[in-house]
Design a protein around this ligand. Sequence first.
Ligand code: NAP
Length: 527
Amino acid sequence: MNTPDTPLLPNHLAGRWQTGTGRGQTLLDPVLGTPLVRVDNTGLDLAEGFAFAREQGGAALRALSYGERAAMLAAVVKVLQANRDAYYDIATRNSGTVTKDSAVDIDGGIFTLGYYAKQGEALGEARCLLDGDRIRMGKDPLFQTQHVFTPTRGVALFINAFNFPSWGLWEKAAPALLSGVPVIVKPATATAWLTQRMVADVVEAGVLPPGALSVICGSSAGLMDQLQPFDVVSFTGSAETARIIRSHPAVAQRSVRCNIEADSLNSALLDPAATEGGEAFNLLVSEVVREMTVKSGQKCTAIRRIFVPRALYAAVAQAIGAKLARTSVGNPRNESVRMGSLVSREQYDGVLAGIARLRTEADVLFDGNGSALVDADAAVAACVAPVLLGTQDAVAARVLHEVEVFGPVATLMPYDGEAQAFDLIRRGEGSLVASVYSENPDFIARAAAELADSHGRVHAISPDVATSQSGHGNVMPMSLHGGPGRAGGGEELGGLRALGFYHRRSAVQASSAALDAMVARGVPFKL
Ligand code: NAP
């Protein structure tokens, strides 16, 4: 839909605000179907913008120490905190999320920035990071090698997904800017407004040097073509687009470093010794219901497959269904609504098509779509109620281990024996997270050892951490985010480990005196 009288959001590139010259794409309220704003980047001089970020933004950032850049991040936090109300308003209107779901994105992003501001402060006046001790290279003790990490002299291009317009920007921008690398973000079109508004507030506040933070909304055409050997690109989105990014000449021929976060069929695993109504059982049921309904299941980390001992299949299905039945769905402006909408009618169609595919191998154990929406028109709103599917034959299933439905949908599967459970989980071919529900530390340790190689994160929930655990799907800045195989093979966050992506490792081979002088500029760092 193109609506020329809808406000057109400007892009920030080459240190100035620029509007596209095309008709643009209109962003819609996914609940009401009404137009909100337009985005467009037609006619922008991308080469000029990337060069400006690389040369002006990069030089200004690299002139600062880690501690000074950390102080900049703290200043960004203040700007964002001062404008939080506007962000919540945009999220309600453009993402269709209830307040607590908007918080995951907005406050999650601000929290992550604050975390890196604190961590960065501890790096102080350093200008580079020292990797290990110096090592003698031969008989002569004077000539040695010291490995160092120095910030790359390029730009970081972020091509982001629609589900986290705030967190998706800041969880990447925090380590990039702390490293001294300028950022150009291209948000997903459907929800670009929040990203654009946050960048606008930060630019307006003047807390970052010109060129340090740019935003390009609308088409992705031509962005990858701008990348040069010292640039990096971080992509979050579908496996299909990830393939295009990976095979682009920038990556395939110019060795642009590339981080991919893609689809994932995350699992929840109940201990084989669990009992109906026991603590582990109840913890799994609560966590699954939370994961299915937070942000309408539009979280890359959400639980998609639930593995339980065969004897508990019916009881778990019943308990999850009973809780899901209490989830009111509809217009997030109505306070009685617990779950809002998907981000667009396209996603709505995609989720319904995905459920139909899963149903070729699974039965419907619970479907909330029989209930009326609250304050929303089912013919217009992108609202889908929770759906729990299930199969008795997890081993024969194929689609259930392959198709990620990006909505409030999960599939329950029984297993026969611990070894089979691990095998079934691994059929996801690499996921972001698996959670384990158990009262037995030995089982948790075994499960972690079995699942760690195929998961970026193993999250164990036992009764003693029931109230303190951070949540299966919550990505915390101190822990790694990313997963091998079909999850994209990327790595983000994990505390200061995230700085590695934005630095280059190099071996400096020199005399002890020269290395002494260099070491004085650095700070010890362990990746
Ligand atoms: P998508 O269609 O692949 O889009 C992702 C981003 O890529 C958008 O900004 C999109 O721009 C852009 N894009 C599309 N085609 C492109 C091309 N040819 N070249 C360069 N960029 C291009 O993915 P999506 O459907 O929005 O996102 C949902 C998926 O993301 C889910 O599968 C989910 O699992 C995954 N996800 C993963 C994580 C994670 O951390 N692992 C987090 C969130 C989401 P436009 O919007 O303008 O098309």
